[in-house]
Design a protein around this ligand. Structure first.
Ligand code: JCF
Length: 324
């Protein structure tokens, strides 16, 4: 490897490390000015040696030119929606349906519990560890190819943090806009006499479905992964919680509120705790997602036509209309 490509690879590794510290762990070790200096050093070297530019280089985050329309992507594994519960009774009924179906039952059901983020579900495909394609959920079977836009989201790694990546790994998650970023975006739009967004979810959807990635790149979007679709060339953990921890070890951001709950009463305790935390989370949620943690149990339960039998979204009562 020539000296130049050594310098370039060292700069890429350093920038990826600091991107991760800043955007995923929210714990930067260097000032932005230092990050920018390294970034521009890499940019200059790549401009002098364009043959060394790689799609997963940190300098390649913002797409080249706007698209005229989005290509369609067919999901190899459908992205299903969730059944809802709106009361403890409906959650108990959900659990009873599971108990009735699973003849041999563990004495207590273990659930992986998480806040239900109010954003847009996306699918992100990594081939040999490199971000290769990303799509919206669409109708669950077909979505829009938003690869260039997803690449601009700073907490989504362009390359998985492992020297031994799976051949193919599809990460599924929710892209959302934190409330602080949403408020700032609307204030700026108002000051410029531009269109404002009604809520962070609409702002995230509008920003992700921009044909010009340069616009998406200026929007404060973030991803939290919630599952795995296609996975080839890797032995996955046999619990949902274990899979999320594994994704985290690859540099994929996962929501920090996610918890394992043993038995129904602890699940309801989690629901009430998240309900109390809701006003101070800093991002919009509309309930919790409660999943059977054991993958073999999930597989035994399977899906009802559109939704899994092993998961339910227990929603909060509709909030009184937000006054903007
Ligand atoms: C299976 C599935 C489908 C949609 C989901 C949506 C969310 C969400 N909006 O946070 C979280 C999940 O764990 C999900 N899980």
């Amino acid at each position: 490897m020539t000296d130049i490509s050594n310098q370039i690879n060292t700069l890429r590794k350093t920038l990826r490390h600091h991107e991760y510290l800043y955007h995923v762990l929210d714990a930067p070790e260097i000032p932005d000015s230092e990050y920018d200096r390294l970034f521009h050093q890499l940019k200059a070297l790549e401009q002098q040696h364009p043959e060394l530019i790689m799609p997963d280089s940190p300098t390649q985050r913002v797409g080249a030119k706007p698209l005229s329309s989005f290509a369609q992507v067919t999901h190899e594994i459908p992205m299903l929606s969730l059944d809802n519960a709106f009361s403890d009774e409906e959650f108990y009924a959900f659990v009873k349906r599971i108990q009735d179906r699973l003849i041999a039952l563990p004495e207590k059901l273990e659930f992986c519990c998480e806040p239900k983020l109010d954003g847009l579900a996306v699918s992100i495909l990594y081939v040999n560890g490199v971000l290769t394609q990303a799509a919206t959920r669409g109708d669950g079977t077909t979505g829009e190819d938003i690869t260039l836009n997803i690449r601009t989201i700073r907490n989504i790694p362009l390359q998985l943090f492992t020297d031994n990546p799976p051949a193919r790994l599809e990460v599924r998650g929710e892209v959302f806009m934190p409330q602080a970023g949403f408020n700032k975006l609307n204030e700026t739009a108002l000051a410029k006499g531009e269109k404002t967004f009604a809520n962070p979810r609409n702002a995230a959807a509008g920003s992700l479905r921009q044909l010009d990635p340069k616009i998406t790149s200026q929007r404060p979007l973030t991803l939290n992964a919630y599952g795995i679709g296609v996975a080839e060339g890797v032995e996955l953990p046999d619990t949902h919680y274990g899979r999320l921890q594994w994704l985290k070890s690859l540099g994929i951001p996962v929501n920090p509120e996610i918890q394992l709950c043993d038995g129904v009463e602890n699940v309801l305790k989690f629901y009430r705790t998240i309900q109390q935390k809701r006003p101070n989370l800093g991002y919009d949620i509309d309930g919790t997602v409660l999943k059977i943690n054991s993958i073999p149990l999930q597989e035994r339960l399977g899906f009802i036509s559109k939704a899994p039998r092993w998961a339910i979204a227990y929603k909060f009562p509709a909030q009184e209309e937000m006054t903007i």
